[in-house]
Write a protein that binds this ligand. Structure first.
Ligand SMILES: C[S@@+](CC[C@H](N)C(=O)[O-])C[C@H]1O[C@@H](n2cnc3c(N)ncnc32)[C@H](O)[C@@H]1O
Ligand SMILES: [Zn+2]
Length: 130
């Protein structure tokens, strides 16, 4: 259903290799389950290389896709994305927010905490920070 390819937004991205129906569970955001405290330490290290791998699962736990992650970690952010996040049964699902055409890049809104440090390149002229 999906594959990792070079992205027009930044670095690697994930693309639909076939049409995907609205609400389909496309992929889970895999990685090591760690405490919030541990993730704050790791995030500081990752951000120096421009990466965001830690995804908040609950108020206490975070999934670090830098360890044991799958292709979900290469899905880029967009301010008007075609996917959304659904946390269910301890799993972070990336689901289709609408019907996605074959060849479209998958995106979701990162909803990052704190100040944005990365200039968003989701579309020409986007002024947001992520
Ligand atoms: C989870 S990774 C996504 C995969 C990334 N493109 C790569 O090649 O590793 C998140 C990183 O991708 C980049 N990124 C994602 N969405 C972006 C966007 N809309 N504009 C600029 N950079 C973005 C940022 O460097 C961010 O830290
Ligand atoms: Zn944007």
């Amino acid at each position: 259903m999906i594959e990792k390819r070079r992205s027009k937004i930044q670095g690697w991205g994930v693309y639909a290799t076939q049409a995907i129906n609205k609400n389909t569970r496309i992929i889970d955001y895999a990685g090591e389950k760690i405490s919030n405290q541990e993730s704050l330490k790791r995030e500081q290290r990752y951000i120096k290389n421009g990466h965001i791998w830690c995804f908040k699962l609950t108020n206490r736990t975070v999934i670090d896709a830098g360890v044991g992650g799958n292709d979900a970690r290469f899905i880029n952010h967009a301010c008007r994305p075609n996917c959304y996040i659904h946390i269910y049964g301890g799993t972070i699902w990336i689901r289709a927010a609408r019907r996605i055409r074959k060849g479209e890049e998958l995106t979701y809104h990162y909803n990052t905490d704190g100040e944005g440090l990365i200039k968003c390149r989701c579309r020409p002229g986007c002024q947001h920070l992520i």
